[in-house]
Design a protein around this ligand. Structure first.
Ligand SMILES: [Zn+2]
Length: 359
């Protein structure tokens, strides 16, 4: 179960025993939560710029352990709205030379050495301080707002990153390439790369993501070999949108497989215009490819509404999400289920569905 810090801290304050009891009551066995967001840690941190003084999730982790609930610490990697305030060179640039963020996802160019070192040190601190059962790597990919990509999207309409000056220079150095003199604009250089060195470009992107996961695996293993590593993947099948999972996101599950214990594709099917059956299809595909435990993430409500997604539909969703070869499911999120006085009948219906399916 996802527990959203920013929405939920008001409801529970620091009453973690109550949270544990509520989770147990419907059969939840693992809590997934962000342990930092942007530059703010939800625990006393030495590495990050600031810590939320009222929140200490290390205490929460302890209470969960006492109650037999596993703790999954979500670490956001190439997403950080705070860091770009002082480092505009980390803002990714698309193939048209455009670096404007068009939605909430303030993602980061994945090739800056210093930023990668910083995030790795954050991950190490999380592993040391929390010793979580699962360490989840989120936003471990090139920028793409998959939440807004519908099944009929044309492959070349999905924004392709990152063609910033650093990336262009690192890529050309690596493959000993030189841009023809006639190319001046970023868009021209990007088009030249994609046309003449497309495969190398995809390989290079994939390598940037895979290498980060490898360094996390090695570092975490030294801290505590019992910590499992989970990677959140975009909800695209291998062929969809002209292999966009590789080409756009840089996520190669085959390459990642040796360093990962779980894959969790974020299959919020209502959001991405798919049937509930797609959850099972994609889970099965990932399992066939990796032979790793797959934990599909699913949504509990749709577009901030309950009426667009009935509790019967939610039950169907859960059934598809748990169908063999699934290893379980991660439901998003607890804030849609608790008793807060609004839509209580919808919330209760969903709690009952979970209870029924989990027990
Ligand atoms: Zn870049």
């Amino acid at each position: 179960m996802y527990f959203n810090q920013s929405e939920m801290r008001k409801e529970y304050q620091n009453d973690f025993p109550k949270l544990a009891a509520d989770l147990k009551a419907i059969g939840v066995n693992t809590i997934f939560t962000t342990v930092y967001e942007g530059g703010k840690a939800f625990y006393p941190s030495r590495v990050m710029h600031s810590s939320e003084p009222k929140l200490n999730l290390i205490e929460m982790r302890g209470v969960m352990k006492l109650n037999g609930i596993r703790f999954a610490a979500i670490c956001q990697i190439f997403y950080d709205p705070d860091v770009i305030l002082n480092r505009s060179d980390l803002i990714p640039v698309d193939s048209h030379g455009n670096n404007v963020y068009v939605d909430w996802q303030k993602m980061i160019c994945p090739t800056d050495k210093e930023y990668r070192q910083y995030k790795l040190s954050v991950v190490k601190e999380v592993a040391k301080k929390f010793q979580p059962d699962i360490l989840c790597l989120d936003f471990i990919r090139y920028p793409t707002t998959w939440e807004l990509v519908l099944p009929n999207e044309k492959p070349d309409q999905i924004r392709d990153f990152c063609f910033c000056n650093r990336c262009l220079s690192l890529f050309t150095q690596k493959y000993s390439l030189e841009f023809p003199d006639s190319l001046i604009e970023t868009a021209q250089k990007a088009a030249w790369i994609l046309e003449n060195h497309g495969q190398q470009w995809t390989d290079w992107k994939v390598d940037k993501i895979t290498r980060f996961v490898i360094s996390v695996r090695l570092a975490v293993e030294r801290i505590d070999p019992n910590i499992k590593i989970l990677v959140h993947t975009v909800p695209w099948s291998s062929e969809q949108f002209d292999q966009a999972i590789l080409r756009i996101a840089g996520q190669d599950v085959k390459a990642l497989m040796p360093y990962v214990d779980y894959f969790s594709p974020m299959i919020y099917h209502k959001m991405i215009g798919q049937d509930a059956e797609f959850i099972h299809d994609l889970t099965a595909e990932l399992y066939e490819t990796t032979r790793k435990p797959i934990l599909p993430s699913i949504q509990i409500e749709a577009s901030n509404e309950f009426q667009d997604y009935t509790s019967n539909e939610f039950e169907q969703t859960l059934i598809y999400a748990l169908m063999t070869p699934s290893a379980g499911t991660v439901a998003f999120n607890w804030g849609n289920l608790i008793q807060i006085g609004t839509n209580e009948s919808d919330r209760q219906a969903r709690r009952l569905v979970l209870q029924k399916v989990f027990q």
